[in-house]
Design a protein. Structure first.
Length: 183
């Protein structure tokens, strides 16, 4: 099975359900984490993911117009999650507030740091303003390129660069003893 999203897209355009399933399995975990940023509920994130993938399969012929499938999926998740939150807020008569995204495990590099340092880093990340935190998570935890984040969030690459500088500056100032060691 191919893991190249362009190959998968072409197979889906040919009505190959196996390719669609491969796409779902390949993108499930990162899209769930991303959806949770907006929904703040595992169940709601799952609903958003199901809705996006159902519509993707139903309208697969329109994939011909999609240039970057990864950006398309993240954008669809964001829009669907925001629409769901807006409908719920209207139904409940109030707006929901952002809550914390469940933390992801440390990468191998961070495993060398003490548990206390990791706790401080995660705490600092959680204290970032919501947009700054989202950009940090997409760039550093999901490994997305700035252009992809720009396309998904509808902001400039320069804004992403500035927000990451803010995030890294706050993390570095919170943990000066670790930031000096990594140089």
């Amino acid at each position: 099975m191919a893991h190249d999203l362009n190959d998968i897209k072409q197979q889906i355009l040919s009505d190959e359900y196996a390719a669609f399933r491969e796409l779902y399995l390949l993108m499930y975990a990162p899209l769930m984490r991303f959806a949770a940023i907006y929904t703040h509920s595992e169940q709601m994130a799952e609903d958003v993911l199901s809705d996006v993938f159902l519509k993707l399969w139903e309208r697969r012929a329109l994939l011909q117009e999609v240039q970057n499938l990864r950006v398309y999926l993240y954008t669809a998740i964001k829009n669907t999650a925001l629409n769901l939150r807006n409908r719920q807020a209207a139904f409940a008569g109030d707006e929901q507030t952002l809550s914390e995204l469940p933390s992801t495990g440390p990468d191998p590099e961070n495993m060398l740091l003490s548990a206390e340092a990791l706790k401080n880093i995660q705490h600092t990340i959680n204290q970032l303003p919501p947009r700054c935190k989202l950009i940090f998570q997409l760039a550093k935890e999901e490994g997305m390129r700035y252009k992809e984040i720009s396309d998904i969030l509808g902001i400039s690459v320069k804004t992403i660069d500035n927000q990451l500088a803010i995030a890294l500056g706050k993390i570095g100032s919170r943990l000066p003893e670790y930031s000096r060691k990594s140089v």
